[in-house]
Design a binder for this molecule. Structure first.
Ligand SMILES: Cc1ncc(COP(=O)(O)O)c(C=O)c1O
Length: 383
């Protein structure tokens, strides 16, 4: 293997060999019956993942940011107001997108590491109305999981459309689209779904599609869902050449995901998060994110006094494990550890071992084996 490292960053995540095999199959025509079937399966598998009966899935070449743009431009017109609920860098990105499209927006922002309290949203909604509200399910910059279900409950029966950014959650944390009343769920394949990056995924409710249809035009061409709709309803149709290999790989990733089962997969993510946190704390490190808001998909770990970010990550890389630095005001103060997608006890053990050894190499005394011993009780299924 040329680059045999364990990629434990909050996306992209390790890609299972079965998915890599699917990616490496010969590129076929975008209208070949085998590809059309794989595309159809990927669309259906994505909708099932979101626990939706009637949501309309869209899968197009791009990234999570394109999915954010697709969600916004199709349901909020320039000049209409948007409310952004932000717990970090990616929440704030929605305010930037709004600005780029001439959409005035209010931002309800939490302190980093905490979530916006549902009561704050309630108070804001009591004093104004919006075309839509954006919610980041897990903000990858801060490791914060928002109380998305509670926010959605407050928005039920109101005119605002609910846009949920699931990029760092979908596939690892439950997102019951129909039950929560979400209007657009957007996500990417490269995190808890465990496929390679390169696609923008979005699920639109009937209300969201009706909002798009009520407008003669939107300030987009490639990102206009009405141009894609015929393809998503019949993948043998053409609008823009779909990325055949990535969609084939997504179909395989979703096959793996549904074979595991949603409940089992979400429970595994919760167990692995607990295991990592127990191991990290056994090393004497502390977590940045406030306890009730910690996401199951990543952890943000504060460095002890005297440990430099670059030195620590270099030691980790020398042991074959790649973790991420932090963004914004956390840069240099914490590392981000992804624990989502197709990983299991072997990856947890290898990563915790590398953390222990890297700390020891940098002069932090850690009892050998303490991290894994603390994590082990959480690793068995059913723990
Ligand atoms: C929560 C969240 N939203 C949106 C994005 C943007 O996705 P992409 O980098 O694929 O454009 C990211 C990327 O990490 C993310 O974590």
């Amino acid at each position: 293997m040329i680059d045999e490292t364990l990629t434990m960053i909050p996306g992209p995540t390790p890609v299972h060999p079965r998915i890599l095999d699917a990616l490496a199959r010969p590129t076929v025509s975008h209208v070949a019956p085998s590809f059309v079937e794989a595309f159809r399966e990927a669309l259906a598998g994505f909708r099932t993942l979101c626990r939706s009966e009637s949501g309309q899935p869209f899968v197009v070449a791009g990234g999570g940011t394109l999915a954010m743009e697709i969600a916004l431009v199709n349901v909020v017109a320039p000049g209409e107001r948007l409310l952004v609920v932000s717990q970090g860098y990616f929440g704030d990105r929605y305010a930037e997108l709004a600005q780029a499209f001439g959409i005035p927006c209010d931002v309800l922002r939490s302190e980093w590491g905490k979530a916006v309290a549902p009561d704050e949203l309630k108070a804001r909604l009591a004093s104004g109305s919006y075309a839509a509200v954006t919610i980041t399910h897990v903000d990858t910059s801060t490791g914060t999981k928002s109380p998305a279900a509670a926010y959605c409950e407050l928005l039920k029966g109101r005119d605002e459309l609910v846009i949920l950014d699931g990029v760092c959650a979908t596939g690892g944390i439950d997102e019951p689209f129909d039950a929560w009343g979400v209007d657009v769920l957007l996500t990417g394949p490269q995190k808890a779904i465990g496929a390679p990056p390169g696609l923008a995924l979005a699920l639109f409710s009937e209300k969201a599609l009706a909002r798009r249809r009520s407008r003669a035009a939107v300030p987009a061409y490639y990102a206009d869902v009405l141009r894609w709709l015929p393809v998503m309803q019949d993948p043998s149709r053409y609008f823009s050449t779909p990325c055949v290999n990535e969609i084939t790989a997504l179909a395989e990733a979703l096959r793996i995901l549904h074979t595991e089962g949603l409940e089992a997969r979400f429970a595994r993510h919760a167990r692995q998060a607990r295991a990592f946190r127990a191991g990290i704390e056994a090393c004497g490190l502390s977590l940045f994110t406030e306890a009730p808001s910690r996401a199951e998909t990543l952890s943000v770990v504060l460095y002890p006094e005297g440990i430099a970010d670059a030195a620590f990550r270099k030691e980790m890389a020398a042991r074959g494990v790649v973790v991420s630095g932090s963004l914004g005001s956390l840069a240099g103060r914490a590392f981000r550890l992804g624990h989502m997608g197709n990983i299991g006890p072997a990856e947890v053990a290898a990563t915790l071992g590398a953390i222990e050894e890297s700390l020891a190499a940098l002069g932090v005394a850690v009892p050998r084996g303490a991290a894994l011993a603390a994590a082990a009780p959480f690793l068995a299924p059913g723990a």
